[in-house]
Design a protein around this ligand. Structure first.
Ligand code: UDP
Ligand code: MG
Length: 319
């Protein structure tokens, strides 16, 4: 913990909302109940992600009522990850906790999260535990997504990880150095490192309304995750080129073997061997060159993300 001359820890609750007018009263009341029962200095940072219903009015009413609440309004709907980023940028507390504004991230876990940060964990990552339900479309696609990303990415991403997490000041400062445009915060928090701990929870139903994550938004998030945490798709060209060269070698061996046993004239159409050879070798060369270009594009992509090259542990004494 930073040695601040403060009597109480400041805890910032960051809540991104998009068209949640019906849910806000109830979820705010639940948050407030938890905040009032704990000896910390709480702030509620609401981010209105370009809502078009009465969300802004509901949040203004909350802010008028409670001096600990602030409202940031984005100029349009930028998406959940951007809204969370705006809230985290505004956080000045010792601990930042992000949670959804629809009641699906139980506020009753807040005391546990804070106590884990106080014990020295920098990241307390909420993990949704799947109820034993029949396989739904969302569940199957989500399982496939986590399986795939963990196979092709160097960053381990927890199955069922949610944007329900607590970050210490250290971890948040590290995360804030990552200014990339396509954001997948679950991966980015894993990338940051530091001491982290998983906090499993059962997800209740939304208090009102329906999911604001459309299929398009989910697919965009999955693409942001796959492409910004892995260069594997770029290596497809390179692998295909190598495969073509292997085929060329097999073809050459086949043709040679027919020649050595003297049955070439019987089995081979005139021109087939040379045509096939040229085709496979030239395709292989093109693929490999495309693959190399792909890899350079990948390196450029990593550079333009301007991620920090390393992060220091802040608690080691340094002169
Ligand atoms: N949300 C947002 N911008 C969006 C979509 C969603 O700020 O473009 C908010 C939404 O209001 C909620 C949280 O992100 O507080 C999670 O969204 P949702 O509950 O719809 O996702 P689900 O739980 O269905 O995956
Ligand atoms: Mg939800």
């Amino acid at each position: 913990m930073p040695a601040r001359k403060k009597s109480k820890l400041q805890i910032d609750l960051v809540v991104p909302v998009y068209n949640e007018a019906e849910a806000i009263r109830k979820t705010y009341a639940d948050l407030r109940q938890v905040a009032d029962s704990l000896p910390y200095d709480f702030r509620f940072i609401y981010v209105d992600d370009g809502s078009t219903d009465g969300t802004a009015d509901a949040l203004r009413a909350v802010c008028a009522d409670d001096p600990r609440a602030t409202l940031l309004r984005l100029s349009r709907n930028f998406g959940h990850q951007a809204a969370l980023t705006a809230g985290m940028d505004a956080s000045t507390g010792d601990v930042m906790i992000s949670l959804d504004g629809d009641g699906q991230h139980p506020p009753t876990l807040i005391p546990k999260m804070i106590s884990l940060v106080e014990q020295g964990y920098d990241i307390v990552q909420g993990q949704r535990i799947e109820e034993e339900r029949a396989a739904s479309f969302k569940k199957v696609t989500s399982n496939f997504f986590y399986w795939l990303i963990n196979r092709i990415s160097g960053t381990r991403i927890l199955q069922g990880a949610a944007d329900f997490r607590a970050l210490s000041r250290n971890a948040l400062d590290g995360l804030r150095l990552m200014r990339e445009y396509h954001r997948f915060l679950r991966g980015m928090t894993a990338w940051v490192g530091y001491n982290s701990v998983i906090l499993p929870y059962h997800e209740p139903q939304r208090v009102a309304g329906k999911s604001k994550y459309s299929l398009t938004k989910m697919m965009r998030l999955a693409a942001d995750a796959l492409f910004s945490f892995s260069l594997a798709p770029l290596y497809i060209g390179l692998s295909a080129g190598v495969a073509f060269f292997i085929l060329a070698a097999i073809e050459a061996a086949y043709v040679l073997s027919l020649w050595t046993v003297g049955s070439a004239a019987q089995h081979l159409e005139p021109g087939w061997s040379s045509l096939m050879g040229v085709l496979l070798i030239s395709s292989g060369t093109i693929m490999i060159l495309l693959g190399f270009i792909g890899v350079y594009v990948g390196y450029i992509f990593q550079e333009v993300k301007r991620r920090p090259i390393y992060l220091l542990k802040a608690d080691e004494p340094h002169e």
